[in-house]
Design a protein around this ligand. Sequence first.
Ligand code: PEP
Ligand code: MG
Length: 571
Amino acid sequence: MKGKRVYGGIAIGRAFLVMDVKIENVIKKENIDINKLETEIDRFELAHKKTIQDIEKLKEHALNTIGTSEAEIFEAHLDMVKDPFFIESIIKKIKNNLINAEYAVLEARNEILKTFNNMQDEYLKARANDILDVTDTLLKNLMGIENQNIANISTEAIVVAKDLKPSQTIQLNNYVKGIILEEGSVTSHAAIVAKAKGIPTLVGVEGALDKIKNNSLIVMDCEKEKIIIDPSKEELEYYTKIEAKQTEEKVRLSKYKNKKCLTKDGFEIKIFGNVGSIEEAKLVKENGGFGIGLLRTELIYMNSKHFPTEEEQYNYYSEIVKIIPDEVIIRTLDIGGDKMLPYYKFPEEMNPFLGLRAIRFCLKNKDIFKTQLRAILRASAFGKVKIMLPMVSNLEEIIESKKIIEEAKKELKNEHIKFDEDIEVGIMIEIPAAAISADILAKEVDFFSIGTNDLIQYSCAVDRMNKNVSYLYDPYHPSVLRLIKMTIDAAKNNNIEVGVCGETAGDPDFSIILAGMGADELSMSASMIPYIKDTIARYNRNELEKITSNVMNQSDSKSAYEALIGGKNAN
Ligand code: PEP
Ligand code: MG
């Protein structure tokens, strides 16, 4: 079986299938005797109580591990399950129709789903999944089916699922050696968390739940993007050896945990982490990252029921700053494109990736922007915080944004609220227009961070989510290399710091080029931090520069990549 790699390596374990049991298929309508009516209602009430307890436990777990924004999902689930109208409608069905509680719950659920599906409001429509989640738990409790609890996995396992819900990803423990998902893209919530945790993961594995049996032995070779079910003795021996080497390598790399990233001749490159939740911030610290080079704030907006308030954002940002106070670069809202909000209707656009997204959206919605800026400024009282503007394409956007930042500062000052008055303001360079005019933009900002994910998408005109054209998504394209170099040179000439926070920064091959071009900081998924420190430590600065200049001299991406690998091997 084949899939798409989210995080590499070898994983061996017994399959733990997370089946979305189609519970409605096993529920039958049963008529109950009038004498048994009270017992049936008691049975429902007991299961209902247990469901509340189950959800409260999940909420507690989310609060302790991820933070308030993700815990809100479970708060909403509690609201649903405790809704008196919902409870009453089930009890009425049992009483009036003399039917079993399971069937009454199923009927109530179907009625609610029908109403939700007919709704125009996208946010409410999206709540249908929550209804399914909550009533599934209720039905399983009624039927005595234990919820498949990933948190209880206690032997080495490969989790196989259609996709993982947030309530499941937070429970992944150290026994989970690998993850196989039928759905899910490389940028899905489950994929991001799996990568940050360093769990070998393949997504887009069609038919995995049909072909893999629970408890069967699985080998995942994420380097070759393949899965072996019930491996032969030889295969198992071969992969066990590689897995052991992988573990040895992890132990060797742990020596970098408290060390800065230095070239062989002692030049430092800051190695930071990309973060979207409190859990990931903790993982950056555990993996030896001394800062956060990209805090993706859109996730708290996407997980919320409404635009998060200043207070909610302030609590979240300051919680993260307290974990890594040395430096946290907070990116302002990067919404639009493929990132939608369930409670907000974006304009219909032919090309959303070229549309009203990120800084463009914020400058059109200044109140939303200012609320976030005030929260970020307030969090700067707890450590070194920097503000980063996404998707900037011209100078005017920077000037206008800085005006709003000044307004927010003035307000806070008048209110006698503490913040860092010298907070740095930087921009992401992820649009070719910005890279080409980087020398102009550099005069207006304190730092650059190159977002190669989008820079590649826009310079090669390749939708980064589109499988059909993914072969053209090419970091080694001469134009991409030149745009990155131009940006780094412009930063150097204007004495401002320049980092890279796209996926290329955490690629052990590509990081050599970025270091060779003179990037001051590389920010990546937490699990890649030790690998990149190890890569950089192998070279003197002039060696990195030499390899890079060789790469830059090639006229196509294949030769550029070969020049890089040739340079690596020669060292
Ligand atoms: C990028 O574009 O490189 C980036 C880091 O931002 P995102 O992946 O969130 O668009
Ligand atoms: Mg981007």
